[in-house]
Design a protein around this ligand. Sequence first.
Ligand code: DGJ
Length: 731
Amino acid sequence: MGVKYFADKRIFKLDANNTSYIIGIVDDENFIGHVYFGRRIADGHFSPESLMRINEYPFVPSKNKRDRLSFYDTFPQEYPTHGIGDFRETCLEIRDVNGHAVSKLQYVSHRITGGKPKLEGLPATFGNEDDCTTLELFCEDPVLGLEVVLVYTAFEKLDVITRSVRFRNNGRDPVWLKKALSCCVDLDGADFDIISLHGSWARERHVQRIPAGLGKKIFSSNRGEPGHQCNPFVAVVRPDATEDSGEVYGFNFVYSGNFYACVEGGQFETTRVAMGINPTDFEWLLEPGGEFIAPEVVMVFSYQGIGGMTRTFHDLYRGHLIRSPYRNKKRPVLINNWEATYFDFDTEKLLAIAREASALGIEMLVMDDGWFGKRNNDNCSLGDWVVNEEKIKGGLKYLVDEVNRLGMDFGIWFEPEMVSPDSDLYRAHPDWCIHIEGRTPGLSRNQLVLDLTNPEVVETVYGMLKKILSEANIRYVKWDMNRPLTDLGSNYLPPERQGEISHRYVLAVYRMLERLTTDFPHILVEGCSGGGARFDPGILYYCPQIWCSDDTDAIERLIIQRGTAMVYPLSTIGAHVSDCPNHVLGRTTPFETRGYVALAGTFGYELDVTRIPKEDREMIPEQVKMYHRYNDLIREGDYYRIADYGENRLYDAWMVVSKDKREALVTYIQVMQRPNYKSRRIRLKGLDENTVYRDEQTGETYTGSALMYAGINMTGLHGDFKGKLIHLTAV
Ligand code: DGJ
């Protein structure tokens, strides 16, 4: 059992693989305290009171009634509430019918069960009784009549504890939730670094590491989606933590909307980490009897450095988050026409690409933006999901059948959450977009966001999608989303629920994705948002892969994919070989190198295969073969970062090792050549010391210990942007 209750000490001990997480109930008032989170410790023979410091005057609640606030402001609370005297970051802020903002929780009872209950309407990790155990702590604020259930799941074989929170108004009056975060942990010590992922369009998820220090550091989004700028992930790490050693606490929010993460170094050498829905643009009315669920936070602990954390996230998401039937399968090698044609295409052009592509071994044609309404540029037609037969001459079915006849599958692009002012949908229903009457909503890419809180809007749009997807043999959908939410107002919701728009919007997207994947289970759905603005575990619950970035330049991708893979498995990272000079950067890199970088993701093409240089085209069959040879390993293996071009500005290297350590693939990219540098030695990771491995290309053999401790020389590369693969198999 991964969760135990020790009644004598009133503590709950959650054990997840090599991790322990301990909660204590203290005092007559049943405060819920955080005792410990870290490397696994044995049951018994430790003192929760002393670890929580509740015997130390003035922090003793029962003995120091005259200075209760000293207790509130120091006690490591599992779910701190606003207004009683904990002046650090809190998780819960309410407003009651009298206009007051105070709440206070006490433990009432608990339940321990095998497995993990679903979070109704929300994506979350899953597991059965063999995988995990769940603890529910039933707490209440008796004055408000508010029940708050803190839900924890400990995974047996992974260093993972998940948290979420359920609220129920058992009182007679409404309560407004103004802030309802999902987790809080008070870590011992104020000496930590923070790792987070930041960027911009075409520059997503660059890794930042900064000292946590004292005071608050906030990582958040209020864009209605995570956005390009900040991912819903933070790791709080000991300053001596490296890629391979040291203590690391990773927090990732399973949510695709506004998020908030706060790391706060406090006055008594503790660091509080809190995460959940961003309280900005959030308010939820809980009528008597009403319920609310705060989405899940995944907490990963590693004492084997940042790499250890990464591999735990990868294992958890591949095994216990992604539900798609494609999650353990090779995805078809696709060619997408976006960078090939943009809006300028028709049936003939697509078929010409498909003919050439199929001859080269490519397995699917994806028709991107521009096939519907009058969409010849990005100024119109979103919402009019009707095939433009002036471009798609002969209709969609004809095109798909022709592509199928070439032995290829067919995929299609949608942006279902949006509407163009210049569209039939908008002209018929101008009130169906998110806006405030009397204010002109701001446009982005000349489009508005549909008010998905209104079920009629969802029905109409989903109906159009369903019709298209039922019309022809479509095996893949790219679900795009190209602007943030602003001007939050809904004609559908009453005034007292306008604060719910952002969260209801996310719930509606989840409902639509659930419907799509249920109605069309054979369709591979790839998430996308102006590149990778919505790359989060919430989307992965529905889509096994997400387009990582609109920047397809192989060298920029080293940094983007590295940051993405900090948390998300390589199998989820949408990566394509595109044309050069690269459309975003104007940089030219060898076709071969573009292939190596795309192999560390889903792999595909994004170019006009009829127009690229012959030498490049001739490399495609070999690249496709490489994909088939290595994809099982890349998709399912353990990922190790070896060298970071973002730091050294010269070269990058990573490797993937099969779970049984019998096979490994090393990718080395020499970004900048240096004079007189004929080779560079790199040290491999994750191999078995005593196994002898053969380099499949040279036939040389090495022990795992030699490869890991002495290293291997990267030779034979001359020039910038060159790369090579080393495939090692156990002899
Ligand atoms: C943004 C996506 O990231 C691109 O790949 C492409 O699908 C465009 N949208 C189409 O508008």
